[in-house]
Structure formats: structure tokens, C-alpha cells
Design a protein around this ligand. Structure first.
Ligand code: ARG
Length: 266
């Protein structure tokens, strides 16, 4: 089976992969994916001053204007100035990557985040300036709540995409006790297809009458592509108000902002 061949790769770090110069064939961390058409809203998070291909560490999606959606555990140990967002490239080695690369001005982290497996794994990056790419459409509660178990979703990582079925919410929360309405599972009971390390923060989308809408954010899972251990995704529709609040154009430094309110409380 394909999955058995793919699994040993999980032990390799992205750096090792690129050293082996297998980049084109296997740099995608999506397991058993097929090469994607370009997804215009797909974003690669890359360490500042690093080559795009070797410095990519997470995925994200473009919300429009100056804003990028990703997972907290991708950015909470980093400063905004250590990050670049590379927007709308399907191949990290393509010649014009530099033209798609932007500095990050602020990082906004969900205040209820504790660790990836406790959910609330949602963060927004604000770029230094507005950019002009096709933004992702976010799925609302109505779409989310009307999806059937087994609905095919598409999760994407580097140039690859993977079709994975939506898992019944009761099965998801009995597999992972921390999963509530703020997350969902996708994947096969038998395993084999999954997102994995390096895909975190990236979008999982569903087709809604022909247009794709982002349903979730790659968050965590027990291992990758293992039988009965599904991938867990932050439920974008659950965080609609939070996303709106952060993307309204009011820019602030989160750490200083907290400092100010603490002073006021004294
Ligand atoms: N936590 C991983 C990352 O940081 C990816 C999580 C996805 N895991 C999964 N089994 N679907 O890239």
C-alpha cells in the first residue's frame, strides 16, 4: 500500500529532505497527496532570511488585505520579524518565489490557546502592507453544520493535496477527548491519507457548489495517517467572530496591548 511506503518519510526533517534533494518528489508533507493545481490563497510560512524551500515550516491561507490565517503552534514561539509569508505559490522552488514573499508586522494568537491538542489553535498574521491575491472564502456555520459525515474535503500542503473524508463528530471527540465544537476530524478509519508535520496552519477546504471554502486549519493528530487516528482541524466557522475582530484593520501589538490592560487593572 502507498501509505506504508510514505510513512518512513515522516521521520525525516524538512531539512534532511532538502539535503537529499528529493524536494520535488517528496517535499510535501501531505501523505499520499497528488500534485495540486494552484490554490491562489495558499500561503507558506517561511523563516526570515531562509531560502523558501528549506525555510518553510507551516502552511496558512490568505484572507485578503493584510491578513493571513494559520495555527497558533506555528507562530507562538516566534516574533513577527522572524516570519515571512509566501502567498500563492504551489512550488516552493519556482523562480519567482521572492516576488510572493512578504514581511509580517503583527501576530495575533487566540487568547484561549494552551497547546495544539487543547484546540483554539487559530492565529492571524498581519502583513506590513496590503497585497493583491485571491483570498480564501471561509466556510460559515451554516455550511459546516450541513455537511454530512464522509463528505470529501481537500487538505493541502506543499504543491500537494489530499482528499480526506469528514469524520463523524462523535467519533472524533471519542478519539480525542479535547475535541469540541471548535474542531473536527478528517481522514480514513484505515489511515493512509493525512496531513502531517509542516502542513500545520494550512487550509482544509470543501467544495460548496463549485467554489472552495475553507472549513478548517491543520492542527494536530496522533501520529500521521495512522489507522483510527484522524487529523484534527480547527473549525473555522466556530471562530468567525474572532477572525472578524482581528481583521477589521485595527493594528496592535498583542504583548503591549495586554501590558496596557494589566496596568489599567492595577
Ligand atoms: N502538528 C503538525 C504540524 O505542526 C501537523 C498536524 C497534522 N497532523 C495530522 N495527523 N493530521 O505540522
Amino acid at each position: 500500500m502507498h501509505s506504508r511506503e510514505a510513512l518512513p518519510l515522516l521521520a525525516l526533517s524538512p531539512l534532511l529532505l532538502s539535503q537529499l534533494s528529493l524536494a520535488d518528489e517528496v517535499s510535501s508533507r501531505i501523505i499520499n497527496g497528488t500534485k495540486s493545481d494552484s490554490w491562489p490563497f495558499m500561503v507558506a510560512l517561511v523563516s526570515k532570511n531562509r531560502d523558501v524551500n528549506s525555510g518553510q515550516f507551516c502552511g496558512a491561507s490568505f484572507l485578503g488585505g493584510r491578513y493571513i490565517l494559520t495555527a497558533v503552534h506555528c507562530v507562538n514561539t516566534k516574533e513577527a520579524q522572524d516570519l515571512d509569508a509566501v502567498i500563492s505559490i504551489s512550488d516552493l522552488t519556482q523562480d519567482d518565489v521572492a516576488e510572493h514573499r512578504y514581511s509580517v508586522k503583527e501576530v495575533y494568537i487566540h487568547s484561549s490557546f494552551q497547546n495544539a491538542s487543547s484546540c483554539n489553535n487559530i492565529a492571524i498574521l498581519e502583513l506590513e502592507k496590503e497585497v493583491d491575491y485571491t483570498p480564501v472564502n471561509l466556510a460559515g456555520k451554516h455550511l459546516r453544520n450541513n455537511l454530512s459525515t464522509g463528505e470529501t474535503l481537500t487538505v493541502m500542503g506543499w504543491g500537494d493535496q489530499d482528499p480526506v473524508p469528514l469524520v463523524d463528530q462523535t467519533v472524533c471527540s471519542s478519539t480525542y477527548s479535547t475535541v469540541t465544537e471548535n474542531a473536527f476530524c478528517a481522514g480514513f478509519k484505515a489511515g493512509g491519507y493525512d496531513s502531517c508535520q509542516g502542513d500545520s496552519g494550512g487550509p482544509i477546504v470543501v467544495s460548496n457548489g463549485g467554489t472552495y471554502e475553507q472549513l478548517g486549519i491543520v492542527s494536530w493528530g496522533s501520529g500521521c495517517a495512522e489507522a483510527e487516528n484522524y487529523g484534527v482541524y480547527a473549525n473555522v466557522s466556530y471562530f468567525a467572530d474572532w477572525i472578524l475582530e482581528k481583521t477589521q484593520g485595527f493594528s496592535y501589538r498583542q504583548s503591549e496591548f495586554v501590558g496596557v490592560s494589566l496596568l489599567g487593572a492595577k
